[in-house]
Design a protein around this ligand. Sequence first.
Ligand SMILES: [Zn+2]
Length: 399
Amino acid sequence: MKPYVVAFVRPDRMNAQDLLWLLLPLAAASGWFVARLDSKRQAARSFDLPSAYFRGLNFLLNEQPDKAIEIFVQVLEVNSETVETHLALGNLFRRRGEVERAIRIHQNLIARPTLDREQRTYALLELGQDYFKAGLFDRAENLFLELAEVRAHSEQALRLLLNIYQQEKEWDKAIQASHKLARVAGKRMDDVIAQYYCELAEQAFAKGDFSAARDFLRQALAADGNCVRASIVLGDVHAEEGRYREAIEAWRRVENQDAHYFGEVAHRIAEAYRRLNDEQGLYQFFSAALQRHAAVSLVLTFADIIKQRDGIKSAEKFVVEALRRHPNVHGLHRLLELNVEQAEGPAKTDLMLLKGIIEELRQQHQGYVCQQCGFRGRTLHWLCPSCSRWNSTKPVVEE
Ligand SMILES: [Zn+2]
C-alpha cells in the first residue's frame, strides 16, 4: 500500500503554509489529468481543474472552509489521485475539532465509486474516528465492527472499538474485542482482559451481588494470575461478607503477585486480624512479613501493632531501629507522632511544628506514578487518566 500523506503530516501543527504544500500534489495531479482528458470530455466539463483548486485554496486561506470543501469535493469527482489529500484534509479538520467538516469530507470520499478497496476502508476508518470524536458512538461502533472483518485494517478497527467500549464502560464487549485483537495482533492481552473482569466485578460488588463479583474475579485471575487488583477486590468482597480468613488469604497473594502493591493491603490485613480478634496471628504475620520486605507501610503497620501490644515506648524503639536501617520521611513522621503523644508543654509545641514540616515533605514521597507517562496522583488508577494505559500506575517507591 502506498503510504498516505496523513501519516507524515501533523495536522495539529499545520498552518496555512503547510496546507499549501499539502495541496500542491492536488494541483499537479489536476493539471496532469486535464492534459490527458480527451476533447469530448473536456468540452463536457463545467469547470477548469487547476483554477478550481486555486479557488478552493483561496477559500481555505480566507477561513471559509465550507466553500473550500465544496470545491475540493468537485475536484475529486474526476480525479481519484487526490484521495490522499482529502484524507489529510479530513484528518486536519477532525484534529482541529471541526468534526462535522471532517465527516462531510469522509462521507463524500466514501461515496466515490472510483475509490479502490484499500482507499475505501481507510476512509471508513477515518469516518469512524470522526463519529467517535463527535460522540456518535453507535455509528462509530457499527463502522469499526464492519471494518474489524476486513483483514487489512482489523487491528486498527479493533483498537478503536476498544476505545469506545472503555469509554462506554461496556466491559463484556471489551473482553470479546480484546480476545479478537490478541489473535489478530499476535499479542497477549491477558492483563488488560483481567482488568475488564475486575471492572465487571466492581460493578457487581457495588450492587451488592457478591457472588457475581467473586465469579468475575476468578475469571480475572484465570486470565492473569498476577492481577493484583483482582486479589485486592476479592479480599474486599470476602471482608464485606464477614469472611475475614478468606479475605486475608486473598490479600496475602498480592505479595507474590507484585510486592510493590503490598502497602495497599497491609492495613486491610491488619484490620481483618483485629476483626477476628486474632492478635497472635496479626503479630506473627507482620513480623514474618518484615523479614521479607522493608516496605515502609509494613513498618508503620507493625509499629501500630507493637504500640497496642507492648506500649508506646516499645513502638518508639522499633521505629528508631527501622529508621536506622532505612531512613525515610514516613518513619520519621511516625516517630514524631509517637513523641508528640508523650510530650508536654513547649516541647510538645516544638514537636508539633516539626511534625508539620515533615508532613509536607512526606506529601512528595507518597501517592502513585504512571510508569509509562509519569502521571502522578493521590489515588491508585488502574487505567492511567493521562496516557490511558492499564496496569501502568504503581505506588511511589517508599523503601
Ligand atoms: Zn500514564
